[in-house]
Write a protein that binds this ligand. Structure first.
Ligand code: PLZ
Length: 451
């Protein structure tokens, strides 16, 4: 096999920030690797946009055929600080040269403690906090549930319609959608109960307070507060379709949880780290989680996740009750320290708001002329359109797939989402330029016009 190393561009912001297609997408070299992938990797591990990347940064992904694609997904809200962000790359290289692993629960290292201190400072809540680190979002959600059960001595966990919390056994139980996440993979973990979400576009204008009363009534009647360890909720649902609950919904749930000694777990895995134009989405309505789960954006692309919360809850599990071989890996911690500094010092919270204005302006403009766009929603640099049949209002998943495919072919990496598969979501890196974002949205507009 010939090496292509010498032709590979260097990632990060030095990459030309342009849309450039030199082959069809996917090109011949990507198709070749895709054939190898199909022979070597199970089909269950799908690839949405079957191009193979050699470099990325700013707002572009460069593939093996030399195509420069516009990144409107950040690898599902991960590369907020940019792909191959220079400060993250330097921190990773320096740490890798020192040591790559000890297992924090065997011999410690300062980086882990420093990430914990940063999260304790950044996560909302004016009280003493602790943070434990893990590898993936799902693993952190599982640990938040363990901690809440240990603290309360109760078992039931409340999750919501349209929720997504991961693919492990417990988090499959917590996730709402059967295909593709759960179908055929049961039995699922017990003591998970589902309550109705506030979904303004689809629940007939039920107010946040009313939707909260509805959910609380379900919990009280079907589970009982005295049996409930935790309410687990995404402040804005991610995979579920960027469902933003009506104002007042989250504060009312938080108040009920507080009154009933139920732990409120906020899953900020997708919404966290500047994405929504606040460091955390819960800040928008001043909702304070007892435990907050983070991952994705935390470390500029390195696998790291965290549970941060009230010291007395976090300290409930016995010594040795929390851990994991790689949990809080030193390289991932070094990356997180650099990424968090970038979020705080490079104005990325403000940048997410600016991107949000740009996204909303363009998408609302499209919606005003195209009745198939039933809803434009989201916050900051986390915005989606929901596509429907203009006559019946029914979800149009087929149209959504066609639009996404057309965008991919034209060089814009967009992601779909939603319980009904009819949402196109936009999660660009916060380092994308206005020009590139505009070009990406031109592609979306052209795809809508053509389909
Ligand atoms: N909680 C809110 O969005 C991950 C899933 C990608 P992991 N979402 C992307 C896929 O198809 O597997 C997610 C999330 C929220 C938890 C998770 C789980 O995070 O790091 O994927 O385990």
């Amino acid at each position: 096999m010939t090496s292509t190393i010498h032709t590979v561009p260097i990632g990060g912001p030095t990459l030309a920030q342009e849309l450039k297609l030199v082959t069809e997408v996917p090109g011949p070299r990507s198709r070749e690797i895709l054939a190898r992938k199909n022979a070597a990797v199970p089909r269950g591990v799908g690839i949405n946009v079957p191009v193979f990347v050699v470099a990325a940064g700013g707002g572009v992904l460069v593939d093996v055929d030399g195509n420069s694609l516009i990144d409107l997904g950040s690898g599902i809200a991960v590369t907020g600080v940019g792909n191959a962000a220079p400060s993250v790359v330097a921190a990773v290289a320096a740490q890798a040269a020192q040591f790559t692993h000890t297992c924090f629960t065997i011999t410690g290292y300062e980086g882990y403690v420093e990430v914990a201190e940063a999260l304790n400072r950044l996560v909302p809540g004016d009280f003493e906090k602790r943070t434990a680190l893990f590898n993936s979002g799902a693993e952190a959600v599982e640990n938040a549930v363990k901690i809440a059960r240990s603290y309360t001595g109760r078992q039931a966990i409340i999750a919501f319609d349209h929720a997504y919390h991961g693919r492990t056994n417990l988090t499959m139980a917590l996730t709402a959608k059967s295909m593709p996440y759960k179908s055929g993979f049961g039995p699922f973990a017990p003591e998970v109960y589902r309550a109705q979400m506030s979904y303004p576009y689809r629940d007939g204008g039920v107010s946040g307070a009313e939707a909260a009363r509805r959910a609380i009534s379900q919990i009280e009647k079907q589970v009982g507060a005295a049996n409930t360890a935790a309410i687990l909720i995404e402040p804005i649902q991610g995979e579920g379709g960027f469902v933003v609950p009506a104002d007042g919904f989250l504060p009312a749930l938080a108040a009920w949880a507080n009154d009933n000694d139920v732990v409120l777990i906020l899953d900020e895995v997708q919404t966290g780290f500047a994405r929504t134009g606040d460091m955390f989405a819960s800040e928008h309505e001043g909702v304070i989680g007892d435990l907050v789960v983070t991952a994705k954006g935390i470390a500029g692309g390195l696998p790291l996740s965290a549970v941060t919360g009230r010291a007395e809850i976090m300290d409930a599990p016995h010594v040795g009750g929390l851990g994991g071989t790689y949990a809080g890996n030193p390289i991932a911690c070094a990356a997180a320290i650099a990424a968090i500094a970038s979020f705080e010092q490079d104005g990325l919270v403000e940048r997410a708001r600016e991107i949000g204005v740009l996204l909303r302006d363009r998408l609302s403009g499209l919606a005003s002329k195209d009745p198939r766009i039933g809803d434009v929603r989201g916050r900051g640099a986390m915005v989606a359109i929901e596509l429907v049949d203009p006559v019946t209002g029914d979800p149009d998943a087929a149209l959504t797939s066609r639009i996404a495919a057309a965008c991919h072919a034209a060089g814009a990496v967009v992601l779909t989402a939603g319980t009904y598969g009819n949402v196109i979501r936009f999660l660009p890196p916060l380092t994308i330029s206005d020009d590139l974002l505009d070009t990406g949205l031109d592609i979306v507009a052209a795809a809508l016009a053509a389909k």
